[in-house]
Write a protein that binds this ligand. Structure first.
Ligand code: GDP
Ligand code: MG
Length: 667
């Protein structure tokens, strides 16, 4: 037996899902966190599962969320629907409920957030509401776990007894009523053949839902009759078809609310949010406040807390590496295997792991922004500027995450409504300089621009953003024509961030990162070690210039000559940078026979300030690392597109570095 959990965004579906299944899905104070469906077993009921679906406001076929949820109900055919209704906002929530009732599937209503309603002096006559809607209504508080066991007991009974909603007519006479019945009658055979409710099909057809008309395979004659009935209704009511149906639904809802609901006063949380929003989304204050918040977060992550923790982590890793090194030495292990463990695995995975704290710190702040409800405002504030480059405010969140790490940023694009917006955002995120590039910037700026280092760092970030915007602009005029989806997002009330939510989110991200360090990056470092240790005849090399890696580096270096850095060691470091960007610095250190701390002097033997700047531009822009590329492949669901992104990135990088170097040379 399977239940579908359906409701508006932010109505508490995931919270209820977690309460029912004991799972730890991410609950967000940010609409649209759940975009995939997630299935879990209900505790205490053997063989009964529940599916958490994306939040929607109406069963239309437009956004990604709507399509996922709608297809699930129509095609996977759950045995029952648990419709979760936010009791603090009954009118709007019931709009979806009425459409669900038409679908003729055993349904129960979980009236959520009852704790908040009670607290603010409201109440609901559950019996009366249940009578008017023709389905069981169970008051619950998903957060507190109140009423949840009662809910599942009744849902189970309802589905088992195949108790269908007893009310499906929302008006009892008049032109709309006549029209719906005429259409339902007209298409009844088709709908029954496909085993979906004729009544549901009728209202959807009247709304002009082409997916339904295709699905039912209506012929021309039937389409004409349908259109005829609808036009007649429009003439009689003086409303257009969508308005007429919306009007019918709201009239019905008004009656339910009037009879069964005592409204609560506006909640403290809401009034407080309105006050905060005066400042945080105010016309003149929004952007400055946002920039200040952003700067503070970056400052804390990159130069205070994150760096401190990272240094600590490096110390720990160095210590363990040293101990293992000594142990293996004492054991007189085969020197090649010894080198594999120390120079390959420990150096490679270690250098990436030492980065974990900065990323975790950044995510700590980002998850606080999300959980407090500020992230939704950020999307709202940035909507207007982003629209100019063909994106909507929602794209901003993945871009922001991209400054930390491209991988979760690309995953975060799942919350975007349309495929077009999603793909365009995925293309853009690699231009947001990820935190793994910081070591490269830091070393090179210290070596070549010691006086202006901080300015150069900021310049690199800004140049990345500007180029990203330019690329988006060009894409918009060519491959991604069309308009971004209109920005519709509820601004949730501000809340204190919950420790549990933030901890869960952090753990999720850290786990992702650690898994990556021990899988892809592990393999990549071993491969690099191999190429570095052996020559073409698989003998252990004594001089790094003979290694396989050097051979490959030399092969590529002519391509980089016009950019000012033809040395094979540089091209080699760029190859290892593909496994993880921080590897660029460590590879250069190894190949120049020095430590990372003394790299400054050695670098000036192979770079001039100009070629160093061209190199920085190149590393800023060239292909994202292996893990990010893998994420792009997964999210775009196409290897060809993934290769396309890599080639595009490299081409842009080459071109910009070329221009920088050649133009710079003239002066
Ligand atoms: P979804 O978008 O429908 O999956 O909603 P979530 O489960 O992510 O919850 C949205 C927000 O509502 C979260 O901040 C929850 O903590 C909060 N919430 C969920 N259920 C309740 C409830 O019963 N009472 C109160 N006061 N808040 C709730
Ligand atoms: Mg959810």
């Amino acid at each position: 037996m399977n239940f579908a959990l359906v409701g508006n965004q932010n109505s508490g579906k995931t919270t209820l899902f977690n309460a029912l299944t004991g799972a730890n899905q991410h609950v967000g104070n940010f609409p649209g966190v759940t975009v995939d469906q997630k299935i879990g077993d209900i505790r205490g009921y053997k063989g009964v599962t529940v599916t958490d679906l994306p939040g929607i406001y109406s069963i239309r076929p437009y956004t990604q969320e709507e399509i996922v949820t709608r297809d699930y109900i129509l095609n996977a055919r759950p045995d029952g629907i648990i419709n979760i209704v936010d009791a603090t906002n009954i009118e709007r929530n019931l709009y979806l409920t009425l459409q669900l009732l038409e679908m003729h599937i055993p349904t129960v209503i979980a009236l959520n957030m009852m704790d908040e309603v009670r607290q603010n002096g409201g109440s609901v006559d559950v019996k009366e509401m249940s009578r008017l809607l023709g389905v069981p209504v169970i008051p619950i508080s998903a957060v507190k776990g109140e009423g949840v066991s009662e809910l599942i007991r009744i849902a189970h009974e309802t589905a088992k007894g195949r108790a269908y909603p007893s009310v499906t007519d929302f008006c009892f006479s008049g032109p709309v009523h006549r029209c719906i019945h005429a259409v339902a009658h007209l298409i009844e055979d088709h709908a029954q053949k496909d085993d979906i409710s004729p009544r549901f099909c009728a209202t959807k057809l009247i709304e002009g839902d082409t997916l339904i008309s295709q699905r039912l395979q209506l012929d021309e004659n039937e389409m004409e009759l349908l259109e005829h009935s609808v036009v007649e209704m429009e003439n009689e009511t003086g409303l257009d078809r969508n308005e007429a149906l919306a009007d019918m639904r709201y009239t019905f809802i008004e009656n339910v609310v009037e009879k069964a609901v005592t409204k609560c006063r506006e909640s403290k949380e809401y009034l407080r949010s309105v006050r905060f929003d005066k400042l945080l989304t105010g016309k003149y204050t929004a952007i400055p406040v946002f920039l200040a918040v952003l700067l503070l977060i970056f400052y804390l992550s990159f130069s205070v807390i994150g760096t401190f923790l990272s240094d600590l982590m490096s110390l720990g890793i160095d210590y363990v590496t040293g101990e293992v090194d000594a142990l293996l030495g004492a054991y007189e292990l085969n020197p090649v295997v010894h080198s594999l463990v120390i120079d390959g695995v420990f150096a490679g995975v270690g250098s990436v792991l030492s980065f974990l704290p900065i990323i975790v710190t950044l995510f700590f702040f980002l998850s606080i922004l999300e959980d407090t409800g500020y992230m939704a405002r950020v999307a709202f504030i940035m909507d207007k500027p982003l629209r100019k480059i063909g994106l909507s405010g929602r794209s901003f969140v993945p871009m922001l995450i991209g400054f930390g790490c491209t991988v979760p940023a690309i995953m975060a694009t799942r919350t975007l409504a349309s495929e077009r917006d999603r793909k365009l955002t995925i293309l853009l995120t690699p231009y947001m300089s990820c935190s793994a590039k910081i070591p490269i910037y830091a070393v090179f700026c210290a070596a070549f621009f010691p006086k202006t280092a901080p300015i150069m760092m900021i310049l690199l970030y800004v140049l990345g953003v500007i180029l990203g915007v330019l690329v988006a602009f060009i894409m918009r005029k060519t491959a991604f024509r069309g308009q971004p989806v209109p920005f519709v997002m509820e601004l949730p009330n501000y809340r204190m961030p919950s420790v549990k939510n933030v901890a869960l989110l952090l753990w999720d991200k850290a786990k992702d990162f650690i898994q990556r360090a021990f899988s892809i990056i592990f393999i990549a470092t071993v491969v690099v070690w191999f190429l570095q240790t052996f020559d073409a005849r698989l003998n252990v090399v004594t001089d790094a210039t003979d290694s396989l890696l050097a051979v490959i580096g030399r092969f590529i270096s002519p391509v980089l000559r016009p950019l000012g850095f033809a040395d094979w060691r540089v091209s080699t470091s760029l190859i290892t940078g593909f496994t993880a960007k921080e590897a660029v610095v460590s590879t250069l250190a190894v190949l120049l026979n020095t430590s990372v701390n003394n790299l400054t002097g050695a670098l000036s033997t192979i770079f001039t300030p100009l070629s160093a700047f061209a190199f920085l531009m190149f590393t800023l822009l060239y292909t994202p690392c292996v893990a990010a590329v893998a994420a792009i492949r997964r999210e775009m669901n196409s290897t060809v597109k993934m290769i396309g992104v890599v080639i595009l990135q490299c081409a842009v990088a080459w071109l910009i570095a070329f221009i920088v170097y050649q133009v710079g040379s003239i002066f």
